[in-house]
Design a binder for this molecule. Structure first.
Ligand code: ADP
Ligand code: MG
Length: 338
């Protein structure tokens, strides 16, 4: 199959949001009156962000979901995406799971093949989510190479309503939607760093493989949140970006962190997964305290657990207290590539 057949077959669908989409040198896109373009790129690299044998349907979902999560965190309406793919097409890839402590690798080599059936599943997962959020895939690039998936997402937002990182104010309450740490717990299990029962693994695996972007929440926070971010590298690392950008500090209560039944009672893993685990794709935001009750109502409407985890204070840094008021020291921050 030629590159162009592959694009036509797997990555060309209806594009009602575009003046011109896949097939020309550029896509032509019209931004609505009064709105600005919100643009973000996220790349998923085999071996770093996912195991090469990941279910291709779920991988298609996640490739778009992590990008939609950035739209949610900005309070933007997602409309268009491009997809740059590097594919070891037609090749079998052997790989081994990383060793729990990072020294060497496990002996068991696994093999997968990136072929038409794989692409069929990948694009089905991608487009199912794209349809759900009314996003058109309007272009991209396709080359042969190591498995690498890169989406640029574009959306619209009123510039005054965008949920930026630099707006947190002293006295703001800090909120988190959903649960923290489930994706990191599932990953720890896959890496042999934690042993979960089948039921516990089933409960947290969907957080890792099929994160749900909180786009509706991001839009609902217009006029309420002073700042927002999506948690992709761990709560402390990502909240840290808000605090740095806003020139503020924070005090958090560990007892208030929303953790799932699967994670509760897992000892040191609870702190690690909830505070520094990656891949949550839940929103963390700050809002003035007088919005407290309104936010709890909103959470009931969206049927999501919304939890106040602490407050913004003047100063720098983020202090986490345990149930006895003592400061929790974490060994590592969030995920860092370099
Ligand atoms: P160019 O030569 O200008 O780089 P290409 O030949 O790479 O264009 O791509 C042809 C068309 O297909 C372009 O419109 C491009 O945006 C689109 N395209 C390429 N790869 C993908 C993909 N993976 N998904 C969606 N569209 C793609
Ligand atoms: Mg090209």
């Amino acid at each position: 199959m030629s590159e162009f057949d592959l694009i036509r077959r797997h990555f060309t669908r209806a594009m009602p949001n575009a003046l011109l989409g896949v097939g020309d040198d550029c896509a032509l896109l019209q931004v609505s009156d009064g709105k600005v373009l919100a643009v973000s790129t996220d790349m998923l690299v085999s071996g770093t962000h996912f195991f090469a044998d990941a279910d291709p349907y779920l991988l298609g979902h996640k490739t778009l979901a992590v990008n939609l999560s950035d739209m949610a965190a900005m309070g933007a309406v997602p409309r268009w995406a491009t997809l740059a793919l590097s594919l070891p097409y037609g090749q079998s890839i052997s790989y081994s799971l990383p060793h729990p402590e990072g020294e060497g690798t496990n002996d068991s080599l696994r093999e997968i093949k990136i072929d038409d059936a794989w692409l069929e599943q990948f694009s089905a997962g991608f487009f199912a989510l794209a349809r759900q959020y009314n996003v058109d895939l309007v272009g991209g690039d396709t080359t042969r190479g190591p498995l690498n998936l890169c989406v640029t997402i574009m959306g619209e937002v009123n510039a005054q309503q965008a949920l930026r990182r630099d707006g947190a104010k002293a006295g703001d309450e800090i909120w988190v939607f959903g649960k923290l740490g489930d994706a990191a717990l599932a990953l720890a299990h896959l890496q042999g760093k934690a042993q979960l029962s089948d039921a516990d693994f089933a409960a947290c695996a969907s957080a890792l493989h099929q994160p749900q972007p909180r786009v509706a929440l991001g839009l609902a926070l217009h006029g309420i949140a002073h700042s927002a971010i999506d948690i992709s590298d761990g709560l402390l690392a990502d909240l840290g970006h808000i605090l740095d950008a806003s020139g503020m500090g924070a005090q958090l209560e560990f007892a208030d962190m929303p953790v799932s039944a699967a994670l509760k009672g897992k000892g040191a893993l609870v702190q690690h997964c909830a505070l520094a685990g990656g891949d949550d794709y839940e929103l963390c935001f700050t809002a003035a305290a007088h919005h407290h009750d309104e936010l709890l109502c909103l959470a009931r409407e969206l049927n999501l657990p919304l939890t106040r985890i602490g407050k913004v204070v003047a100063g720098t840094g983020c202090v986490v207290h345990d149930a006895h008021g003592a400061t929790i020291q974490l060994e590592s921050g969030g995920y860092e590539h370099f």
